[in-house]
Design a protein around this ligand. Structure first.
Ligand code: G1P
Length: 289
């Protein structure tokens, strides 16, 4: 079955970026001039996704507004003859009805956020994208994963090798080494201490899941950090289904932390010829002083 729907859990508070995120959704933080959420939505569309499902929460209305018309702004741009900007704004607005919003009305964890989308997803495989993980790739990572999903016919999570000291920040695989970028998962642990981590393969924010995960999430079992974890639900799903880890091709920026976010801004800025020209001499200068 085709992967047509993508779930974007966007209800998180973004406390790591306070005070910037006090009155602004963390998903709206810009990398150069585009909010994080837009990169993720563009990746989904470029991968063939037809329906976007935002699991949102209080204080996140900027996300809804971002993917909608802004009459005043559009009229002003039109009056000023700013056609290119106008087109850019129009292009990012999805066809009516292809974005659906639901709310996670309690902060019970990522597994719970995904469960909130169960009635919209229905009985079909679906993708989950965490906008914090921004991935620069020639072929969109979700597209790479959908191809693997179609070949393996099983749930897939994207993984990256992390230093052992960092395992407590991620969902970690119990699995053999990757072969051609793929490994069959034996078990999964959410945020284990380095001494308990079964490997250094960490889950990053791209998943393709089969709908049976909702039945497990229905149990609302609480795991690491007192939250309902998608990692735990997948670990239980392993009893009845195969799940694979996939090492994507691309560069991932962890925009959930300040250093990763700045690295993303730097990397994406340096790809823009106009910015590159101004930034490189400036950076050289900074480093020499
Ligand atoms: C979540 C997941 C974790 C995963 C990570 C990827 O954690 O729970 O398994 O490795 O996303 O970014 P969070 O970063 O929300 O704490």
């Amino acid at each position: 079955m085709k992967v047509r729907k993508a779930v974007f859990p966007v209800a998180g508070l973004g406390t790591r970026f306070l005070p910037a995120t006090k009155a602004m959704a963390k998903e709206m933080l810009p990398v150069v001039d585009k909010p994080l959420i837009q990169y993720a939505v563009e990746e989904a569309y470029a991968s063939g996704i037809k329906q976007i499902i935002f699991v949102t929460g209080a204080g996140k209305s900027a996300i809804e507004n971002h993917f909608d018309h802004s009459c005043e702004l559009e009229q002003t741009l039109m009056a000023r003859g700013k056609d290119a900007q106008l087109k850019e704004l129009h292009d990012l607005i999805p066809t009516s009805g292809s974005i659906i919003y639901t709310r996670q009305n309690q902060p019970l964890g990522l597994g719970h956020a995904i469960w909130c989308a169960r009635n919209i997803v229905g009985n079909e495989p679906f993708a989950v994208l965490l906008a914090d993980d921004l991935i620069k790739a020639e072929k969109p990572v979700l597209k790479q994963m959908i191809e693997k999903f179609e070949a393996l016919n099983a749930s897939i999570v994207s993984v990256v090798e992390v230093p052992k000291a960092d395992t407590s920040k991620y969902g970690i695989l119990d699995a053999d080494a990757l072969v051609d970028g793929v490994t069959k998962i034996r078990g999964l642990v959410e945020k284990p201490a380095p001494e308990n981590a079964p490997s250094n393969l960490a889950i990053i924010g791209r998943y393709i899941l089969t709908p049976e995960i909702f039945e497990i999430l229905e149990g609302k079992e609480v795991g690491a950090g007192g939250e309902i974890q998608i990692t735990d639900a997948m670990a239980r799903l392993l009893k009845t289904q195969d799940i694979y880890g996939y090492r994507y091709t691309g560069t991932r920026f962890d925009c959930g932390n300040k250093a990763g976010f700045q690295m993303a801004n730097l990397a994406f800025s340096l790809e823009r010829p106009d910015l590159r020209e101004r930034l490189i001499p400036y950076i050289k200068d900074l480093l020499n002083n």
